[in-house]
Design a protein around this ligand. Structure first.
Ligand code: F6R
Length: 361
């Protein structure tokens, strides 16, 4: 049932405010400015013993993990990084008992992730799952975990589950942070930010007409570049993947800081750039990157918290706490990918060559 939408992708994009509400529900503890995660089975002493966090997932779930790793480093000050589960399992990685491994999967059935979890458990590691489908193989195999409660996602291309997974990571990061050095004040600040998310998502989705017009302008591009820096970089990666999957337009994501180390050679009017420009401590750096692109006659569409003079167009979105901004910044670009695909007449819910869950090697 598409509930009045023409595609599941459109329906699922518009379900995100409710979905985020669900992942937060019942988990916030205002008294101690933290969150309760029932399925975590981790007491404070164990939480404090974690020396590193390694996040494993594929595709969109890997990108959510990249955002999660940054949140864990920022809020809990635990070294954290994300890696494609498919790469991890083939490189005979060093498995360390003081590392918390986190497997991320919408379906809970992705074979590469499941195989990584099984190998980790065989070596005695502690593995958490951040999974959408309740009772799925990865959820069952993990020692503990967090359900993301995005609800059923039918479209092959993941949207609402990505967003909810990033929120689940914010909860994990806050929880770990509050067992360590994150202050009550910062805990409160993050909780207030989390509570604002559903209304801010609605605010972004209300700009759909404007984004649709932009998509019609960019649909003729043969290729697009997505750039972001630190918090913006995983957002650029995910937005680039969405555009490729659903519109078949070639897209490439780059850290804005790496532009001068190669990709600047590509800049010309025919290669538009989408720039992720949060209003954080890196704003000036991002403006400088846009200036470099303009100087070479590149076209720029910015996603930002205020209008960007260097960009040809800006999609202005609401500001949250710096650490939580990545949760919101990709949402207008889901709509951009959707409307680009619609303009090009693509099979939106079932892009060619793709399957919803990849249960083979
Ligand atoms: C992206 C997409 C894929 C999946 C990937 C992992 O829109 O659909 O990249 O994200 O195959 O799937 P899960 O999260 O089910 O493990």
């Amino acid at each position: 049932d598409m509930g009045g939408h023409d595609t599941y992708m459109h329906k699922e994009i518009h379900e995100q405010a409710d979905a985020v509400d669900r992942v937060l529900r019942g988990r916030i503890d205002d008294r101690f400015s933290t969150v309760h995660l029932g399925g975590l089975n981790l007491d404070a002493r164990e939480a404090r013993q974690i020396r590193r966090v390694k996040i494993l997932g594929c595709g969109t779930s890997y990108h959510a993990g990249m955002i999660g790793a940054q949140m864990i480093e920022e809020l809990a000050r635990i070294p954290a990084d994300a890696e494609p589960a498919s790469e991890f399992r083939y490189r005979n990685a060093v498995v360390d008992p003081d590392t918390l491994y986190v497997a991320v999967s919408q379906s809970g059935e992705t074979y590469d992730v499941l195989a990584a979890v099984q190998e980790l458990k065989r070596k005695g590691a502690r593995v958490f799952g951040i999974v959408n489908v309740v009772g799925s193989a990865i959820a069952r195999e993990a020692d503990a975990g967090i359900y993301v409660h995005a609800g059923p996602e039918v479209c092959v291309v993941s949207t609402k589950c990505f967003t909810n997974t990033t929120v689940a990571f914010a909860l994990l990061a806050l929880h770990l942070g509050r067992t360590r050095d994150l202050s009550v004040r910062d805990g409160k600040r993050i909780i207030e930010g989390l509570r604002k998310l559903p209304a801010q998502i609605t605010e972004i989705l209300d700009r759909e007409e404007e984004i649709k017009k932009l998509a019609e302008q960019y649909a003729g591009a043969r290729s697009m570049l997505f750039i972001g820096r630190v918090r913006g970089y995983p957002v650029a990666r995910e937005a680039s993947l969405k555009l490729k999957e659903v519109s078949y337009i070639h897209a490439e994501a780059y850290p804005a800081s790496e532009l001068k180390h190669g990709p600047l050679a590509l800049i010309e009017p025919a290669l538009p750039t989408v720039a992720i420009v949060p209003d954080d401590d890196l704003l000036e750096k991002n403006r400088a990157a846009m200036e470099e692109i303009k100087a070479r006659s590149g076209r720029i569409l910015a996603v930002a918290h205020q209008n960007q003079e260097k960009a040809d167009q800006t999609i202005v979105i609401p500001k949250n706490e710096d650490e939580l901004d990545p949760i919101l910044m990709g949402i207008p670009l889901q709509l951009l990918a959707y409307h680009t695909a619609l303009t090009l007449g693509r099979d939106i819910d079932k892009p060619r060559n793709l399957a919803k869950s990849v249960t083979v090697e």
